[in-house]
Design a protein around this ligand. Structure first.
Ligand SMILES: [Fe+2]
Ligand SMILES: [Fe+2]
Length: 483
């Protein structure tokens, strides 16, 4: 039902009464006044969506009122002229002054209703066009998306920007998995338990429908897809917009936007806007995936290089991959997520890469190292850092590698870092590395048991190791999550 406010200005009571009755029955809010002067005052004081005015009135006539409205009140409020003296000249003159419609007395209920509907529709189209123009900064967003190569940051940017531009209360991005399901990757306004993956099947729910049909979907309260409407109701959604993300004809995911409050529902221009954004997002996603693949290839080459150290020393076989897994699990246990996990995993894999630069006579020595040898051995974090510095996108990994033998209390620190100043990844690797060393057999020592190793870790907690990392690690061992 329409709820627009309409002001009718006419000095004939019968016209005022009949026209206001017709429009009220059609669902509009109607205010009536019997002079141009009163009409002008009302318009200056309140918000109206349409003005209907007589031309010939005692006092201020319709033409003057239109002129004054356009000068002082609004340049775009729709005005309909109503007159019993309808000539082409009057019509042209009123249009020149800024009226949009013209009704002749006597008029039928249908004529007045359709005139009002017509001017409101035209006004909405104009407003939409203005809004679309306002979306020009979207090109800036596109530039931003296209320059983001990190996939997690990119996914976050897509939900943030689409949500901001459409004033959505909830925004989420789901990507298609190999098994054909959609998995939630980024969201705003959703209560999501970070520990559990949110997954839906193709065809299931609103996002599943869009994924299956590969068509954008705009759902408002007057939409006619019954089962999806029920779903909106159950999720307290008043307006929903869901757009497929398609790359080279293949579906890659779905962007969901929702409004839960009584604000302006999504419009077709929102849908167009978000479709443009999703088109750009798709290109950005493809770029980022290609970049990720390249990075993985890169990491693979380095990991192979790292494994050559293990090849030199069979007692450390599998150390890099075990360290990567341990470090990742500790980080997850500590509530870390997303990008940082990948960084810590890679740092675990590459932490000892600098041992490439350590001569065999030291690296493989069966007895304990002398002072000089210890000094050379201590260079391996810095050598590793330097190797990784040369690689694109591994700056954070290099920083962790440089610090992985730094004690929590600051000993062994190259730049006076201590405590939480040492990167979390390095604090995690320090604990996992020590555990690995204690529980592994070496030519010069036996492995100690897990419980003994835990005792040692606890003893060094707060001096060599970050107590929070030790606690997380011990918790994990107790839960038998890793061993
Ligand atoms: Fe090391
Ligand atoms: Fe190590």
């Amino acid at each position: 039902m329409p709820k627009e406010n309409i002001l009718i200005v006419d000095d004939e009571t019968v016209i005022l009464n009949t026209s206001s009755e017709i429009l009220r029955r059609a669902g509009y809010n109607v205010i009536t006044v019997s002079s141009g002067e009163d009409g002008y005052e009302k318009l200056k004081a309140g918000e109206f969506d349409v003005v209907i005015t007589d031309i010939k009135m005692s006092g201020m006539g319709g033409m003057t009122l239109i002129k004054k409205i356009r000068e002082d009140v609004s340049t775009d409020i729709p005005i309909i002229v109503i007159t019993g003296h309808g000539t082409i000249d009057t019509a042209i003159e009123s249009m020149k002054q800024g009226a949009q419609g013209f009704i002749l007395k006597p008029f039928t209920p249908h004529e007045i209703k359709s005139s009002v509907e017509d001017v409101i529709r035209k006004r909405n189209i104009i407003r939409e066009n203005v809004r679309l123009k306002a979306f020009l900064p979207l090109f800036e967003v596109n530039k931003k998306l296209l320059s983001e190569l990190d996939i997690n940051r990119l996914l976050k940017s897509i939900v943030e920007e689409s949500s901001r531009y459409t004033s959505s209360d909830r925004s989420s991005l789901m990507l298609l998995e190999d098994d054909g399901s959609l998995i939630l990757k980024a969201s705003i306004g959703l209560e999501v338990d970070s520990g559990t993956a949110i997954r839906i099947k193709m065809g299931e729910g609103i996002a599943g429908w869009v994924a299956k049909n590969r068509e954008p979907l705009l759902l408002n309260e007057d939409s006619d897809i019954p089962h999806l409407k029920d779903m909106m109701k159950s999720q307290e959604i008043r307006s929903a917009l869901c757009i497929p993300i398609v790359i080279k004809g293949e579906l890659h995911g779905v962007l969901n936007l929702a409004k839960t409050t009584d604000s302006q529902p999504f419009t077709h221009s929102d849908m167009e806007l978000v479709s443009v954004l999703c088109g750009q997002a798709a290109i950005a996603l493809e770029n980022s995936k290609l970049y990720g693949k390249e990075q993985d290839l890169y990491i693979g080459i380095i990991a192979t290089l790292a494994s050559t150290i293990e090849a030199r020393d069979p007692y450390t076989a599998g150390h890099a991959i075990r360290m990567a897994e341990y470090s990742k699990n500790i980080a997850v246990k500590m509530g870390i997520s997303g990008m940082e996990i990948d960084i810590i995993y890679r740092a675990g894999l590459l932490h000892d890469i600098g041992k490439i630069g350590i001569p065999d006579r030291i690296l493989l020595k069966k007895g304990s190292l002398d002072e000089d040898e210890v000094r050379i051995m201590r260079d391996h974090p810095e050598i590793g850092g330097k190797i990784l510095d040369k690689m694109d996108g591994l700056g954070e990994v290099a920083a962790i590698v440089r610090q992985h033998h730094t004690y929590f209390d600051g000993r062994n620190s190259l730049n006076n870092m201590k405590g939480k100043e040492i990167s979390l990844g390095a604090r995690i690797i320090a604990v996992a590395d020590a555990f690995e060393a204690m529980t592994s057999v070496r030519p010069y020592k036996k492995a100690i048991s897990v419980s003994e190793a835990v005792k040692e870790l606890k003893k060094m907690s707060g001096t060599q190791f970050d107590p929070e990392v030790v606690d997380a690690f011990v918790d994990m061992l107790n839960l038998k999550e890793m061993i």
